[in-house]
Every structure is written in C-alpha cells, then in structure tokens.
Ligand binder design. Sequence first.
Ligand code: PLP
Length: 390
Amino acid sequence: MATLYEIETQYGAGVYLKQPTAFVRGQGATLWDTDGIAYIDCTSGHGAANLGHAHPKVAAALSEQASRLITLFETYPNDQRAALMQKMATLVPGLERVFFCNSGTESVEAALKFARLSTGRSEIVAAMRAFHGRTFGALSATFNKRYRQGFEPLLPGFSHTSFNNIEALDRAVTDRTAAVILEAVQGEGGVYPASEEYLQAAQRICQERGALFIVDEVQSGFGRTGKMFAFQHSGVTPDMVCCAKSLAGGVPMGATLIGKRVSHIAPGAHGSTFGGNPLACAAALAALAVIEEEDLATQAAEKGEYFVEKLKAIRSPLLREVRGLGLMIGVELKQKVAPYLKALHDRHILALNAGMTVIRFLPPLVITYEQLDRVAAALQESLLMDLGEE
Ligand SMILES: *Cc1c(COP(=O)(O)O)cnc(C)c1O
C-alpha cells in the first residue's frame, strides 16, 4: 500500500519538498504521526498555529458557525464580520479600517494596490532578504532569487535596500515612492529583528516624502514576538499592517489594516470572493479572544527569554549566534543546517530553516517549559553528535 508521502509526492504539483512523516492530529504544541508518535512542533505551520493546534475555542466557533452560515460576499453585512471589524479596529490605534482576504500574500497585494491608488505613485521600496509572499506583486517585493527565478519579468518599480540601514533607506525613498514595505522581524530571510531606530526612521522618512509605510506582520504578528505586533516594540504607527497566518487560529485568513493616510479606496477598487467570509471571521474572533484571555504575547516574551537563555548556554563551536524576539528565534550555525534539522526530526522535534545556515524555532506560544527544555536538549545533543563524527 502506498504511504501518504508516496501519494502526495505522486499527485502533488511538486512545489514542496515533502518529509516522509505524515501528521494526522494535533493539540497544543504536539503533533501525532500516523503511528501515534508524538512530535514537538516548533514550526507552527510557519507561524499559523500561535494558539496551538486544534484550540477548543476555535474548534467550537468553527463548528457553531459552520452550521449557521459559511459564505457571504462582503456586499452583504454579517454579524461575525462586523464584530471582527470592530475588534480589529482596536488592535492598532489609528488603523481603524480593514480589508479581509485569505492569505499573507493577498494581504500584501492589497497593501501594494492601496499604496499605488492612494499616492498616485508606482514605486515600492522593500528590504534585502525580505519575504512578502509568492503572488506577482508580493513576489516583486520579495528579495531572494530562489523565489523570483523563472518568473521574471516581475512588476516594475520595486527596489530593495539594505535592512536596518537608515542611510540606505533615506537614499532609496524619493517623491516617486508610493510605499516602503518592511517586516518588523525578517522571518524567511534569517530571523533578523528590525531595530527600533530603523522602524522609527522608516516612518519619519515616509511621512516626510509623502510615501506610505507598510509593515508585514504575517509571521511576526498575533503575540509571536511578545506584543500583538512586532512593530509595537518600536512605538511606530504604520499606515498599513499586513496580517494572516495566526489571525484566525490556523484557519486561512488574511487582513490588511488601513490607517488615515491611505485614501482613494472606492467600491470596486479591490475585492475577494472569500474575503471576510463568516466562517473565517468567527474563527478569528475566537482566536483574538484566546490571544487576550491566555495572554499569549506575555507567554511568548517569557518563554522566548527562557528558551534563548537555554540555547545560548549550548557549548558548541558550530554555534554562531542565537537571535530573535519572543518565540521567533533563529540559531545561526557556521555550517548548513539541513543535517541538524534531520537530527532534530529523528528526536521527534520539528523545526524550520531560514536560509542555509539558520535553524528557526517558531513554536506555538502555548508550548510548555518542559517541551522547550526537551527541544534545547535535543539541539545540544544533535550539535555534539555531529561534532563527534568529524
Ligand atoms: C508567510 C509570509 C507571507 C505569505 O503568506 P502566505 O499566506 O503564504 O501567502 C508574507 N509575508 C511574510 C512575512 C510571511 O512570513
């Protein structure tokens, strides 16, 4: 009989490098494979499972809403959507309007379109190492060749400037710039937090030159870094904030928060069939309530500090740097991480890479201290093991 791995490898489009282990159930930070073996999940679906897997409050909201109303185009108002709009208007003071969509890349597309519409300008300044998604607009803002190659020509008017470099940004933004788009913590690019001064300078430069300031919080949002949004560590107020991943507790949903400097958005300017559907809205309402009730942001801050301390205590000549914010953590090695991710997998721990030399830990924010201890111990063991073989 074919394994799930074989079936997916045969019939999938082929865009994912599949792992042989298949998972069929989850709870908190634990995933169980088809043999019932438990793994500690430090991937969170790239940040979609901040609340932990199968959170009972999200499950209850989904099942209740599924038997009431699943789909409704935004032409017609709905109780769940209206309640969610009111809730989202409170997340970032000054950003009181919202566009709903279904993914991170769509939340970026919306922000880019609104920026061109609002300013009448076409140029977008993004950062080197940036990842903003894989549709053509978001891909044009994405830096790494690995994602762009084979799809050129991408959109005209996009440029990339050195991250955390205020002078470079100052030179890049002109009176033709519609927007600057930045991640508050670069995720795919290697887990690099933006400095406070950099985000503050970005906001000031945008305001001075009539450009809009977009922050992509798709991976870093919803408590991950110790605040609701990572830019809130810097005291800035962007003009637009791109959200997705954990917004609806793991259910596909994206949102673009919109501030007062964004104008000219009129009926027909943009839209999405599934955007703002009552099912996803009900899940998001439940998820946002859980994030507050369980104070997941504080959990991320405290557990992140604890975990980073443990990681920094690992004595290995392979370790170059441990960095991050909250529970968005990168461990940079002096060599390629693939064999170490495999060694972690063998110890029933799932982690991500971020580029060739960074192991990325993005556990659900409900991960236990005992689980964090096991992850740190397994990493230490893996690093020592390979050293012994050399
Ligand atoms: C994952 C991610 C995206 C794209 O989200 P999708 O839902 O995969 O389209 C965009 N920006 C950042 C920072 C991300 O981490």
